[in-house]
Design a protein around this ligand. Sequence first.
Ligand code: P1T
Length: 395
Amino acid sequence: MAHAPQDTHGKLHLDTLAIHAGQQPDPVHGAVMQPIVLSTTFAQEGPGAHKGFDYGRSGNPTRNALEGCIAALEGATHGLAYSSGCGATTNVLHLLRPGDHVVCGDDVYGGTFRIFDKVMKPMGIEASFIDMQDLGRVRAAMRPNTKLVWMETPSNPMLKIFDIAGVAEIAKAGGAPLVVDNTFATPMLQRPLDLGASIVVHSTTKYLNGHSDAVGGFVATSDDELGGRLRFLQNAIGAVPSPFDCYLVLRGLKTLPVRMRQHVASAREIAGKLERHPQVARVIYPGLASHPGHALAERQMRGPGGMISFDLKGNLDQSRAFLKALEVFACAESLGGVESLAEHPAIMTHASIPAENRRALGISDGLIRLSVGLEAIEDLWADLDRGFAAATRAG
Ligand code: P1T
């Protein structure tokens, strides 16, 4: 079973797929771990007669293994790796043509909003940003030229939960594929293709790699037509990851299931404690009964994830003081690594979103986002206490 050929992987559990899918012992040396094949070109017996690889941008054995592994985890028949999450997003948006329209969730990573606003809009591709918690609004936003529907769920940074199956049905009725950015949930907690989405996007920089040492992106689909077009674009645009980065993500994936279980357990505990803290105005975590998407998260996810956002009472100086005082949490952008991170979305990850949009979404001066890592929970809580004490002093 350990080295089952890829076509039996559909029958294996996610914990097993995370370790084995897409990988087989090297046929030449028997190496059990995936070799890093650095060669940029591959010898051909004669013109056009090669062993499946001709040039490193078009395909690479280490990248193939990674593509097979994440595709299996998402239950997809096509997997494509990219040099970053933004690279993956940009590739998917190249499925569109000038005059096309996208219906997008209103809460997305700042860099994703920037691609829509500063890259796609000047190319004649318009996006409407909709609070998809209300399916009626999604239905109303669909136009005859809507060619794609896009969402993050849980969304970044407000952790909104959108109904994947409900939105997929509306998208399908409008003839538009639904794309779900599954970065925050990972396939361990949510498999959008099973719920009716057509395409899954990832920043592998986050949980999938899990060690904050490789930037990468991924796209998965089981639609052959979309898969073929995306494969063409991956090669034509060329935003592909290095073989070394593919190896790092493959290595990280092996512990994804155990990491996610601990991320969820620790985040649940911290979210509960934050909710009882007098200096906290509001905790946003899909695992809390107070979260408006709690029931939906319980239905469509296998756990509420490792990300928490909360409103610290007080002013911007107090938020700064809180973040500066942390010693275990690093004040840094990104998320999903073994180490805990804390950040200020309005100043850091979501600065490219116009101030009025941020206000409407609730990305306030007091909003702090935590990526709860795998350190001892007591040390994490003591660190947050240090932050609260510093915020009090700055008040
Ligand atoms: O950074 P990159 O690998 O290009 O991924 C972009 C991206 C895409 N989708 C989501 C949901 C993301 O959160 C990100 C990147 N986000 C951060 C860097 C952050 O701190 O939120």
